[in-house]
Design a protein around this ligand. Sequence first.
Ligand code: MGD
Ligand code: MGD
Ligand code: SF4
Ligand code: MO
Length: 658
Amino acid sequence: MSSEYKLCACPLDCFDVCSIRAEIIDGKVIKLEGNKDHPITQGFICEKGRRHLERMYSPQRLKRPMKKVNGEFLEISWEEALDTIAKKLKNYINDYGTLSIAQYNDGGAGGLLKNVENLFFDYLGNVTLFKGSLCWGAGIAAQKSDFGDVKGHSPEDIYNTKTIVIWGRNPVETNIHLVPFIKKARENGAKVILIDPIKTATFVYSDWHIQLKPGGDTAFALAVSKYILENKQYDTDFVENHSKGFDEIKGYLERLSYEELMKVCGIDMNAVKSFAELLTDKPTTIYIGYGLQRYHSGGVTVRAIDMLGALAGIIGIAGGGVNYANRVYGDFINWDAVAPSRELQHRYIAKPKLAVELTEIDNPKVKAIFISRSNPAVQLPNTMKAVEALDKIEFKVVLDYFMTDTASLADMILPVTYFMEETDIVYSSMWNGSIFYNEKLVNGYFEAKPEIEIYSLLARKMGMTDFPQMTSEQWISTLLSNTTEIGLDMDVLKENKFSFAKSVQSIPWEDYKFKTSSGRFEFVSPDALMQYLKNQNDPQMYDFKLLTVHMREALHSQFLMDSEQEHPEVFISKEDIDMIESMKLMDGELIKLENQYGSLFAVIRFSDKCQKGVLYMKQGWWFKNGGSVNYLSSPEISDMGNQATYNECCVKIVKLGE
Ligand SMILES: Nc1nc2c(c(=O)[nH]1)N[C@H]1C(S)=C(S)[C@@H](COP(=O)(O)OP(=O)(O)OC[C@H]3O[C@@H](n4cnc5c(=O)[nH]c(N)nc54)[C@H](O)[C@@H]3O)O[C@H]1N2
Ligand SMILES: Nc1nc2c(c(=O)[nH]1)N[C@H]1C(S)=C(S)[C@@H](COP(=O)(O)OP(=O)(O)OC[C@H]3O[C@@H](n4cnc5c(=O)[nH]c(N)nc54)[C@H](O)[C@@H]3O)O[C@H]1N2
Ligand code: SF4
Ligand SMILES: [Mo]
């Protein structure tokens, strides 16, 4: 049999969204490699991308629907699964109303048609949904407040810059295709500044590491802003003609004391001055990551960095920008064409608060929950309580490929197809404006089905005659019927398998037409900043701050299924020598981490990457790997965007056997 080569894109919840070349022989994908013709992902993929085949053809994949009987899962037919679900839903709706049905999902797969599942629930009635974010919500809300939208410079624009600030982002592990851009910019003479409490893998590409205290970014941004103002280095044209709230912020900055700010961020005045000099020697670009907004003041932090960008005059210029994410297509999806005609009034729980609110919510209580594209039993904060809360729900349906920790809680599991087994559109990059047409390359694994088919069948069983019944192609052409407005030619997309909207601006806000209500860039309010500084005086409950970061080899809990690691590792700074000596800790020893939310056994490692008083761990571990780092994280939300506050976490180390 001869090989056939087809293009597709990796839909994982990743900055990059790689263009992939698949080799297919006899109806089976036998090799995946980077597509050399894609201008951004440039012909290479990560280890996870290469492992897609192992996952797609894994013997552990779920073959058929399964129901739990006396604690054991039994394979059943689709007919039985969908009949049971339809019957249960009808009964709950009849007895308690549609609000007793909940739907939880996340970014596990970035396909457009994956969202048809949301539409199913819109047609079902007003249900219970989850708002906010485990990921990037505070920063998104922050940039919407400042600019009116969240836009990033095109990756190549980095070549126009003199200084690249990588602020709380770790591209060497989480955004690997940004790295060649950084490397080339450096070869051309650009300097790279890394701002992170941890000396991450990205350190090797940086010229200067500002190792501030966790949560200290706002204070640092305030100190630099104050210095820029005092030294009249700010962009007067921008603040006078294109911004709102400058006078208030100027007055506030003048009143602040450097001393207080230095104490909060742990950075000295020389560093503030040097950073201010580099930032205002334009063009300078800032790339913000998501770790720094997983705090109570996460929104204010991103707004303070935006403020700094605005004062330094790097907004709307080539080689500039405060890059957080890049929303290009979301607003152009024609959901109106398929939406139910009645007005929706769903009930919402903030996602990070599921652990506390799912059981408390009443009138009606949640009786059934659908969970897909996510593994909340591992990824949600306050995991033990979240698992308890989920467990109490009478009827739980999970859609996944594998028996994840969440799936093991379910009453019914529905196996879904892998991206190469279905047709979809992928545009989920948080960084670049690529859009991909993923056509079905091979048949589905055993009886796995795509979500659109599952929900179309369920709608029929439920007698939802108004629910649109369409093929994948019909869904795509309906949902993308408006994209000519942004210069996206569907024929070109289908032919080439990837494209870019013509309207994607390489330099966002170049015309200074901000999408805020004032039409100007809006400065963060002094009140919000004051609240941030006040919060920094709150006493710390335990000795150590614990940061949880993303790991190179996994995508959250995905790709860890076969890991034989028995306990997660926790890294402690070698500078914490007092603690190490007084507790007689040994490198590699099993210890327990404990706080008000729970405890977790972990292997302690001495590290020169973190700072005194700060521990860090990689997130995503399953129950069988010793448990989720989220046993320890708080269900509180940030100041904006209902964002989880994973990094606002304090723990103590407990020595075992004492
Ligand atoms: N390999 C891999 N790639 C991924 C993912 C993955 O799991 N694995 N996940 C994807 C997803 S969904 C996301 S959201 C992104 C996340 O991508 P990133 O934002 O790059 O990664 P994070 O690990 O979330 O956090 C980034 C950094 O924030 C730092 N940080 C923590 N607290 C602070 C602080 O107070 N100030 C500052 N300045 N920095 C702080 C951490 O030390 C960490 O180095 O990555 C995506 N890419
Ligand atoms: N402590 C701590 N916790 C964190 C973070 C942190 O930094 N620290 N990061 C947070 C972040 S940034 C994020 S984005 C969340 C991620 O949280 P989740 O999205 O819940 O995490 P994943 O482990 O990626 O789970 C995705 C699941 O979807 C399944 N899946 C993949 N494709 C499909 C599909 O096409 N259909 C269906 N139905 N299922 C599919 C996968 O098999 C997997 O089980 O975690 C958050 N949790
Ligand atoms: S996980 Fe990210 S870097 Fe790896 S192949 Fe997928 S999109 Fe590319
Ligand atoms: Mo995320």
